[in-house]
Design a protein around this ligand. Structure first.
Ligand code: MN
Length: 313
């Protein structure tokens, strides 16, 4: 995977020094409970990205010219906890290099590490979780780093807003903040959900995007599909509004579980990633310097005493 560049872009746009964007693949699938295969997600996503047109018609831009550095994949899989630590360390390293850091999974548990890193580097962080599942279990099958626990930590340490939810355990109702939860069945009848969700966000926003938020009719290749999901245009409209109105500090996309006989899901994931980058850099000249505005004063101060911050890169 390391031999190629993101989307096959030329070397001049893929070097770390000159790239504003870093993409970290995390091919991890250690705790998924039903269909395995999310570990193949990054490779399928990169292959689809290579076969995608890089001119965005909607915005008349080519965001890849801002520079996209494809980082080494994180392959730590000795335990979910070790994987989360490795993701946390890598993400934080690139945030400190003043990059716009993105990760591609892998299963949703990888986001525990990314969110922890962003929350340590940015003040008053909102996490927008776009997902079919609540993922609010404190621990599951013996681990706090199970995919079913993906945003439990975020629910305790950030302003978590959940969008597209249509599957959960009754226990999770005790953790969930119903005022900041947008259930799919309500979104289907409420034209105001986008504005309402955006009104609840602080300025610094991190987006964790589980592909199973989409309707299985357009995203069948995911580990745990659920009917009644989001469609393409409403999703990118919501994303564009967030990027326009807020300082999106980073994002991840998770749970692509590729099926060799069904490539459209891989292409949807590739296009979604590129759209999100496009919206992020819509008003940035490729020659302008990027400043991700991370709070240097926070580095080294761990907001959550329960976690050891031994990263001093
Ligand atoms: Mn999820």
């Amino acid at each position: 995977m390391k031999t190629k560049t993101y989307a096959g872009i030329e070397d001049q746009y893929s070097k770390l020094d000159s790239s504003k964007i870093v993409l970290i693949p995390v091919p991890y699938d250690g705790t998924s409970t039903w269909q395995k295969g999310a570990d193949k997600g990054p490779e399928a996503f990169l292959n689809a990205s290579e076969n995608m047109e890089l001119y965005d018609i909607e915005t008349q831009t080519e965001v890849y010219k801002q520079g996209v550095y494809l980082a080494d994949a994180i392959t730590e899989n000795e335990s979910p906890e070790r994987m989360v630590d490795a993701v946390h360390e890598s993400v934080k390293k690139y945030i400190k290099k003043n990059k716009f850091v993105t990760t591609f999974g892998g299963e949703h548990s990888i986001a525990i590490g990314t969110i922890r890193a962003f929350n340590e580097c940015f003040d008053n962080l909102t996490v927008v979780q776009i997902d079919a599942h609540a993922d609010l279990r404190k621990s599951y099958q013996g681990s706090k780093c199970n995919h079913a626990c993906a945003v439990y930590e975020a629910s305790q340490t950030t302003n978590l807003i959940q969008v597209g939810i249509r599957s959960m355990d009754v226990m999770e109702t005790t953790v969930m903040d119903s005022d900041k939860t947008y259930f799919a069945h309500e979104m289907a009848e409420d034209d105001n959900w986008m504005d309402s969700a955006i009104d609840q966000m602080t300025d610094n926003v991190y987006i964790t995007f589980d592909l199973d938020a989409f309707d299985p009719s357009i995203m069948p290749s995911t580990g745990t599909p659920e009917p009644g999901g989001l469609l393409w245009y409403e999703t990118i409209e919501f994303l564009r509004q967030i990027f326009e109105e807020k300082n999106v500090v980073g994002f991840d996309i998770v749970e692509l579980c590729p099926n060799p006989k069904e490539k459209s899901s891989d292409f949807l994931a590739a296009k979604l990633y590129y759209k999100m980058l496009t919206y992020k850099f819509l008003n940035d000249d490729a020659d302008d310097d990027y400043d991700n505005n991370f709070n240097e004063a926070n580095i080294g101060i761990n907001k959550f005493s329960k976690f050891n911050d031994d990263d001093d890169n």
